[in-house]
Design a protein around this ligand. Structure first.
Ligand code: DHE
Length: 511
């Protein structure tokens, strides 16, 4: 596969200069070989507006002219004029002429199973299978599998391009599934540390969620506007659901979440004020009030994976769930607050006062003074809000050195760790006491370089911090003394995920 990438990128470079500034011709001549005739991706990622939203303005032109460091993407600045580059960039930001058909048959046709994989009967390594970490290295599109006792990398596997969101583990912790923004889902066996296979479940996807019984993996898609449900065993397609509000308005799926005690997936919808709950269990909890919804929607009880719709006052994005999955907190789109929805009764029960664009998806909970509290960073303001999960009131707003992205803790540690992802202080990591809610230490692992995203080992003894740079590292800290123990070189490590913490739904990590 690597040879193919090198070969196709050589073709990209060799494709000759051209005078005509017709965008379709420019694309076909220079880009189609790597990114697909249809712009849906190949050796390179899809080049469609949904995938390029973070390269607005002149950023995309700069990438075309200068290429991307440490990737196969060459620079076209000496082959194309500035005008041609501007025309090409504008073209790539145009929606596709028509939405690609990405139905069950099409998705199945993309499935590739690894011919070299044979399922072993037992782990093929000597490490504790429950204390492994999967580290996503976005810098060169790999995952590293880390022994969480010895803190050593045991294996490194190539992933699809641009993995985003948390990988999801099978309930026994043996298999891990990762997803790329181009909709590829990859399955890896942590016993043999081999890829089992991959399938393209969407054209542009958001995240994935695992069912409680481990049988199903749901994939939230922006393009097309669907939810794909895969059978985890062989990655075959169980269902592709079109998503549309009660009035028929089609909607992107912002994200899909697992709600294990409810045997359902919960969907945040981007374009309509509804929450969807998709059931996979034997006895979906359909009671009187759900019948009303069934009659209104295109989907019903008799469908496989029946759907319940909850109507909202406004569109909610970015969800956080109580540990028992009765309550879901959702952020308003204007970034100035949110609502709490009780999933049992299907209604909003509280408003959240949370200015400064809370990042609820990064929230964590713990017990404090007999109450469960939840903490969330904010993407716009340098604060962390701590919320009482009974009254839904803010207990404290902790000032930080800048807006943060991720929070982490563990049942066995008195601290929570908070990064400062944005602004001049993106190199610091705050350590905050969970009782006093005061910052007890501010670490600066590598001055001037981004420190972000923490995950604990299964015992809460070590906190692993990403040095989020191309020549980055995972830095292992003693969680009690806050001293650095080890630095493992990594290529832009984004998230890292501990098997035990994930499959036991530790309150200190994301689910
Ligand atoms: Fe993420 C998780 C949405 C930008 C890195 N991000 C998630 C999840 C959602 C989400 C819904 C939860 C998925 C899950 O784990 O199941 N992210 C969004 C956005 O809407 C946003 C703001 C814009 C976008 O481009 O989609 C966004 N995210 C980013 C980034 O720019 C980050 C920093 C770099 C990147 O890789 O794209 C980024 N997001 C992450 C990571 C997680 C994540 C590392 C997993 C966190 C975890 O610990 O579970």
């Amino acid at each position: 596969m690597t040879r193919n990438i090198v070969f196709t990128s050589l073709l990209c470079v060799l494709a000759g200069p051209l005078q005509a500034a017709e965008p379709e011709v420019l694309f076909a001549t220079h880009y189609a070989v790597c990114h697909g005739d249809d712009r849906l991706g190949g050796a390179g990622p899809a080049l469609i507006p949904e995938a390029l939203s973070r390269l607005r303005g002149e950023k995309l032109q700069a990438v075309i002219a200068e290429g991307r460091a440490a990737t196969q993407m060459p620079a076209f600045g000496d082959q194309l004029s500035a005008e041609d580059i501007a025309v090409l960039a504008a073209y790539l930001h145009q929606p596709l002429p028509e939405i690609p058909l990405w139905d069950k048959a099409k998705i199945e046709s993309t499935r590739v199973l690894n011919a070299d994989y044979t399922a072993p009967d037992a782990p093929q390594h000597g490490a504790d299978p429950m204390n492994l970490f999967v580290v996503v290295e976005t810098g060169d599109h790999h995952i590293s599998i880390l022994d969480g006792d010895r803190m050593e990398v045991m294996a490194r596997l190539e992933t699809p391009l641009a993995v985003h969101g948390g990988p999801k583990f099978s309930p026994d912790g043996r298999f891990v599934f990762v997803m790329s923004r181009d909709g590829w889902v990859q399955k890896v066996d942590l016993w043999s540390m081999q890829e089992v296979g991959r399938i393209r479940a969407g054209v542009n996807s958001r995240n994935i969620a695992m069912s409680q019984d481990g049988k199903w993996l749901a994939v939230a898609n922006y393009l097309p506007m669907t939810l794909t449900i895969l059978a985890t065993g062989d990655l075959s397609v169980a269902e592709v659901k079109d998503i549309a509000g009660k009035d028929g308005t089609a909607s992107r799926v912002s994200a899909v979440y697992q709600a294990p005690p409810r045997e359902s997936f919960v969907l945040a919808l981007k374009d309509v004020p509804e929450i969807w709950e998709v059931f996979y269990g034997e006895n979906p909890p359909f009671h009187g009030f759900v019948h009303d919804y069934r009659d209104e929607g295109p989907l019903g009880y008799d469908e496989p994976f029946p759907v319940r719709r909850i109507t909202l006052k406004e569109i909610l994005d970015d969800f956080f769930f109580s540990q028992d999955y009765e309550y879901v907190m959702g952020a308003s789109r204007d970034g100035e607050g949110g609502q709490v929805v009780d999933l049992v009764i299907g209604h909003t029960i509280a408003e959240l006062e949370l200015p400064g664009m809370p990042h609820l998806g990064s929230g964590i909970t713990w017990e404090r003074g007999g109450q469960t509290v939840m903490a969330t960073p904010h993407l716009r303001d340098g604060v962390i809000s701590v919320i009482d999960m009974k009254t839904w009131e803010t207990v404290k707003t902790i000032g930080t050195e800048g807006p943060g992205f991720f929070l982490r803790s563990h049942e066995e540690t008195p601290y929570l760790w908070a990064d400062v992802f944005f602004g001049p202080n993106r190199d610091v990591m705050h350590v905050i006491d969970k009782e006093s809610l005061e910052i007890v230490k501010t670490l600066r692992p590598a001055p001037g370089r981004t420190a972000a995203h923490v995950e604990f080992d299964r015992y809460g003894r070590y906190a692993l911090v990403s040095l989020w740079e191309q020549d980055g590292a995972v830095i292992v800290y003693d969680a009690a003394t806050l001293q650095e123990v080890k630095r493992l070189p990594m290529v832009k490590p984004s998230g890292k995920y501990n098997v035990h913490n994930k499959i036991t739904f530790s309150a200190g990590t994301s689910h």
